[in-house]
Design a binder for this molecule. Structure first.
Ligand SMILES: Cc1cc2nc3c(=O)[nH]c(=O)nc-3n(C[C@H](O)[C@H](O)[C@H](O)COP(=O)(O)OP(=O)(O)OC[C@H]3O[C@@H](n4cnc5c(N)ncnc54)[C@H](O)[C@@H]3O)c2cc1C
Ligand SMILES: NC(=O)c1ccc[n+]([C@@H]2O[C@H](COP(=O)([O-])OP(=O)(O)OC[C@H]3O[C@@H](n4cnc5c(N)ncnc54)[C@H](O)[C@@H]3O)[C@@H](O)[C@H]2O)c1
Length: 478
């Protein structure tokens, strides 16, 4: 009998073809290194198939419906929008299909990567095996992502709950969607389904949008409530049951035990790193409840051959962070640079309307870290001419400063995520606050709020007593 296992040797073996794994594999292959990439499910991972892309596609359909409802405010007469769920799903599937070639097996094979569509696991500290292969690698990247964390709520396992893996292909539009969790997944889906015509109730045991600036989160949550989303904060889901096809969530809110009844239930209570079946102990790789234990270098101390990227690395869980991790890995492993995962401030955007965008520290985090020397400089959208012209004036840009140095920014409002990039460039490159004032901002743009917020910090000095005195003196010069 011949051995069916194919023996491979690689400079880099990557487990997981999601945002992190694909970026690491593409980088190494383009540097002329031999790369073997394992993927047990869909190329593109969560972001393409069950995460960012379908959620943003669904939100865009929902925004179209909201636009129709809003049209009357501009003098455009319309009927109430009606949702054709099958067409909405086709739009979502179409977005995935359009992007899929970029993440495809064919593209990566074209780059010279050996792609194995099987589950991978450690055989020893330098060997990864799958059903038909055995790869000995100089370096191993674990980029296996995360999946929905299902909390141990009594009765939950006995009801047909949804997660991000099933919500985008639902056979029918829910009549009443109950959502457990008021984080980005819960709130993006809440607004999307509400705008498409479902009743929606969000059950959140703490504060909704807990990681956002508190004032900005409150603005967004009010906007969602105004659109008809019921958001129950400080409500902990304690038990779930199903009666006559209806799902009931029994909650505790300190004062009582309200029961919420709906047709569908989405669980969006956080994520857990996917590490099962990897045989980490054979690879000498340490993991905890957050993911693979790696510091800021992303390199495993217990087996320095191994690195962890993206959601599996137990840090922030975003596609742009998975991509950044791949960049940190490439710089450290192949160019011997000292870049760390924490070298740049992390942006986070929740794509509700209004968007809620955060970079670096929130005001509260900055005060907790730096104490009294923290100041903020803000500018509201209702004083921005473009926002006024468009009739969309909700929101604010707030810059967070420590001794006059930028340490964070929070923006809530239409286009907040795009506007935030301006601050991101400044902060990431260590620019002074004056860099955000010393450029010509095209008029009228929403991003002008950044320049105005930065300028507001200097207003008391620029137009203060000393300046006036100086200008008075300078007037004597002919
Ligand atoms: C609904 C939703 C919306 C989101 N929206 C955004 C957003 O707007 N912006 C944003 O930045 N982030 C968003 N995220 C987060 C983003 O999707 C993740 O942070 C990102 O996908 C992480 O990339 P990754 O490479 O770490 O993991 P993944 O993309 O999950 O890829 C991991 C891959 O590893 C494979 N794998 C696992 N184990 C094995 C094994 N043993 N062998 C072989 N293959 C294996 C998996 O099948 C998977 O394909 C969203 C997430 C969700 C759920
Ligand atoms: N726009 C984006 O960038 C985007 C969108 C979606 C997801 N993501 C990523 O995916 C991650 C996961 O998102 P998420 O929203 O699932 O998780 P999350 O951890 O951000 O939020 C989960 C929420 O569920 C609440 N919760 C937990 N158990 C509960 C219970 N029993 N009853 C009531 N509430 C409960 C928590 O208090 C928390 O606020 C995000 O942190 C983010 O990194 C990003």
């Amino acid at each position: 009998m011949t051995d069916p296992v194919q023996d491979l040797k690689a400079d880099l073996c990557v487990i997981g073809a999601g945002s992190g794994g694909l970026s690491a594999a593409a980088g190494a292959a383009q540097l002329g290194l031999k790369v073997v990439l394992y993927e047990k499910h869909e190329m593109g991972g969560d972001c393409l198939n069950y995460g960012c892309v379908p959620s943003k596609a669904l939100l865009s359909a929902a925004k179209a419906a909201a636009g129709v409802r809003e049209a009357r405010k501009y003098g455009i007469q319309t009927e109430d929008p009606k949702t054709d769920w099958e067409t909405v799903k086709s739009h979502v599937a179409g977005a995935i299909e359009t992007i899929a070639p970029v993440d495809s097996q064919e593209r990566f094979e074209g780059l010279g990567v050996t792609v194995i569509r099987e589950a991978a696991r450690f055989a020893d500290k330098k060997t990864i095996v799958s059903e038909t292969t055995r790869t000995q690698a100089r370096r191993i990247v674990i980029a296996t992502g995360s999946r929905a964390l299902i909390p141990p709520i009594d009765g939950l396992k006995d009801v047909p709950f949804l997660t991000n893996e099933t919500i985008f292909t639902l056979p029918e539009l829910p009549r009443h969607l109950i959502i457990l969790g008021g984080g980005p997944i819960g709130l993006e889906m809440a607004q999307a389904f509400r705008r498409l015509g479902s009743d929606v109730t969000v059950i959140e045991m703490g504060r909704a949008m807990p990681r956002a600036d508190a004032e900005h989160a409150a603005i967004a949550i009010k906007a969602l409530r105004d659109e008809g989303v019921t958001i129950l904060e400080q409500h902990k889901a304690g038990r779930v049951s199903q009666e006559s096809g209806r799902i009931r969530v029994h909650t505790e809110n300190g004062a009582g035990t309200p029961v919420i009844e709906g047709s569908h239930l989405l669980v969006a209570t956080g994520r857990r790193a996917v590490l099962d079946g990897l045989d980490l102990e054979k690879g000498g790789v340490e993991a905890d409840h957050k993911g693979i234990v790696v510091g800021n270098t992303l390199r495993c101390r217990s087996n320095p051959r191994v690195w962890a990227l993206g959601d599996a690395a137990g840090k922030e869980q975003f596609t742009h962070i998975a991509g950044w991790h791949a960049s940190v890995f490439t710089r450290r492993a192949f160019f011997k640079q000292g870049t760390k995962a924490s070298s740049l401030p992390v942006p986070a955007v929740t794509y509700t309307s209004p968007e809620v965008a955060q970079l670096g520290l929130t005001e509260a985090e900055a005060i907790a870290k730096h104490g009294g020397k923290v100041t903020t400089s803000a500018f509201p959208f209702h004083e921005n001419d473009r926002a006024i012209a468009e009739g969309k004036t909700l929101g604010e840009c707030k810059l967070v400063l420590h001794k006059g140095k930028l340490v964070g920014a929070s923006i809530v409002g239409e286009g907040a995520g795009d506007i935030l990039q301006l601050v991101s460039v400044a902060m990431s490159n260590g620019l002074k606050l004056t860099a955000l004032t010393n450029f010509i901002s095209p008029y009228p743009t929403r991003a002008e709020v950044v320049k105005r917020a930065a300028s507001a910090h200097f207003t008391p000095v620029v137009f203060g007593t000393n300046s006036r005195r100086l200008v008075g003196l300078l007037q004597r010069i002919p």
